[in-house]
Design a protein around this ligand. Structure first.
Ligand code: HEM
Length: 438
């Protein structure tokens, strides 16, 4: 069969993985040096043209634990603030964040979208024109009609996981429901059989760890774990594709395109990596924070039980209210104007989706969770050319779990101490003991 003819190019992908991580280490060091130099240069404390000076620090553990007080201060100021200590421009107002996400010609994703500059061959970190070609190839598999074929699996898994959680009062909803739901769905749509899914989750965790690169003494160990995970995933995908076993899923569709000369084996490998990285923890965060919100707001939960037709808008409101990705970075390729501020070429710029979604100019009474609100237009999935490819999939998963909950469960209660994860970009819970009352 023609799809089996062209395995992934092992050596190239492996070399690439090593190169990428070495380059990343170099960039991290260069970054640190640049920050020190910038700090020295700005010791006079002058605000760069048009931006408010701010002490807002996305890496401060107190901010990560509860970013909203800091967001309110940013939203009270101008659309762009500058933190000299981090040498970072921060965009927080809704209109400005949306415009910045759409200004992909001026604000590039190619040096990475998380804190550390990384140079990865992923769709999400590719600028035009390459981005246009890759996105065009991937898009058909992720449209709402294409995703219809996965709905029975999504609904079935939601029913199983909610029943499992309901049967274990006080169990951790993160490990029992929020983690397994997206990983099993992604594995399924990629065509990975259930017996390989634990490995799959491990590689995914290892790879994600490498994407949270921040300088520290354990950096070499983290690099090593990421390279190992990348190599294992690459080896696995090759074996599966050679034996024709991935052909029922999305990678099979894309590999078909490969045969027509559209996508290279290496691009296919990195696409699988991107789906793992982009689709797992984000959806886990949506599900875990949704349970917390519902437990804190029994009236809204009751309203949903009375009016199940509100489920889709409740998911949009949850995404607005607690955005799984709080912010992503860009790099200015030339001096760039946002409102009164000029961002100098080469600067790192943080687009705070989480703050924009709480901007009272766009969403009245933004700190209230209201399932009847029209939250359409929220920026939890970004905006512009990088608008989330998996948005329909994530929505389908969130809606399936919520429908299952309101069908079976009269009350969601948090029954023990819960914990937020400590990542500066991805906001969600690492532990949430709950009791679901039937
Ligand atoms: C609630 C869950 C999710 C949230 C909040 C989310 C959020 C986002 C955001 C904000 C972006 C834009 C990045 C940028 O502008 O730099 C993005 C891009 C992306 N997401 Fe998601 N995502 C979620 C789930 C998923 C899932 C389930 C998948 C796939 C299985 C996925 C795949 C992607 C891909 C491939 C991109 C890159 C698109 C491009 O660069 O053209 N996401 N996501």
């Amino acid at each position: 069969m023609s799809n089996q003819g062209k395995p992934l190019q092992d050596a190239t992908a492996v070399d690439k993985a090593r190169n990428v991580l070495t380059t990343t280490a170099d960039i991290a060091v260069t970054n640190a040096r640049a920050t020190v130099a910038a700090r020295r240069a700005r010791r006079g404390g002058r605000a760069p043209s048009g931006a408010d000076l701010t002490a807002y620090d996305p890496l401060d553990p107190a901010v990560i634990a509860d970013p909203y007080p800091a967001y309110r201060r940013l939203l009270d100021g101008g659309p762009v603030a500058y933190n000299p200590r981090r040498d970072l421009y921060v965009v927080s107002h809704y209109e400005a964040v949306r415009a910045a996400a759409r200004a992909d010609g001026a604000l590039s994703s190619a040096q990475g979208i998380t804190r550390t500059r990384v140079n990865l061959p992923l769709l999400i970190t590719t600028d035009r024109p390459d981005h246009t070609r890759l996105r065009r190839l991937a898009l058909p598999a992720f449209t709402r009609p294409s995703l219809q074929r996965w709905h029975p699996v999504i609904d079935g898994l939601a029913a199983d996981l909610v029943a499992d959680l309901a049967a274990a009062p006080g169990a951790d909803a993160v490990s029992r429901l929020a983690v397994p739901m997206p990983v099993r769905i992604i594995a399924h749509i990629l065509g990975v059989p259930p017996e390989d899914q634990d490995d799959f989750r491990r590689w995914s965790d290892g790879i994600i760890e490498g994407f949270q690169l921040e300088l520290g003494r354990d950096l070499p160990a983290r690099f090593a774990r990421t390279v190992t995970a990348l190599l294992r995933l690459n080896g696995y995908l090759q074996r599966q594709i050679r034996s024709g076993r991935l052909m029922d899923g999305v990678l099979g569709d894309l590999h078909g395109t490969n045969e027509e000369g559209g996508i290279t084996g290496e691009e296919l490998f990195w696409f699988a990596v991107l789906l793992l990285v982009a689709g797992n923890e984000t959806t886990t965060n949506l599900l875990s924070t949704m349970l917390l919100t519902l437990s804190r707001d029994p009236e809204q939960y009751e309203l949903l039980r009375e009016r199940p037709e509100l489920v889709p808008s409740a998911i949009e409101e949850q995404l607005r209210y607690s955005s799984p990705i709080q912010g992503f970075y860009r790099t200015a390729v030339a001096d760039h104007q946002i409102g009164p501020a000029t961002i100098p070429a080469g600067s790192r710029v943080l687009l705070l989706f989480g703050a924009a979604n709480r901007d009272p100019r766009q969403f009245p009474d933004p700190d209230a969770f209201d399932v009847q609100r029209d939250a359409a237009g929220h920026l939890a999935f970004g905006s512009g050319i990088h608008l989330c490819l998996g948005a329909h999939l994530a929505r389908a998963e969130g809606q399936a779990v919520l429908r299952e909950l309101i069908d079976r469960v009269s009350r969601v209660e948090v029954t023990g101490p819960y914990a937020w994860n400590t990542n500066s970009a991805l906001r969600g819970l690492s532990r949430l003991p709950v009791t679901l009352t039937s």
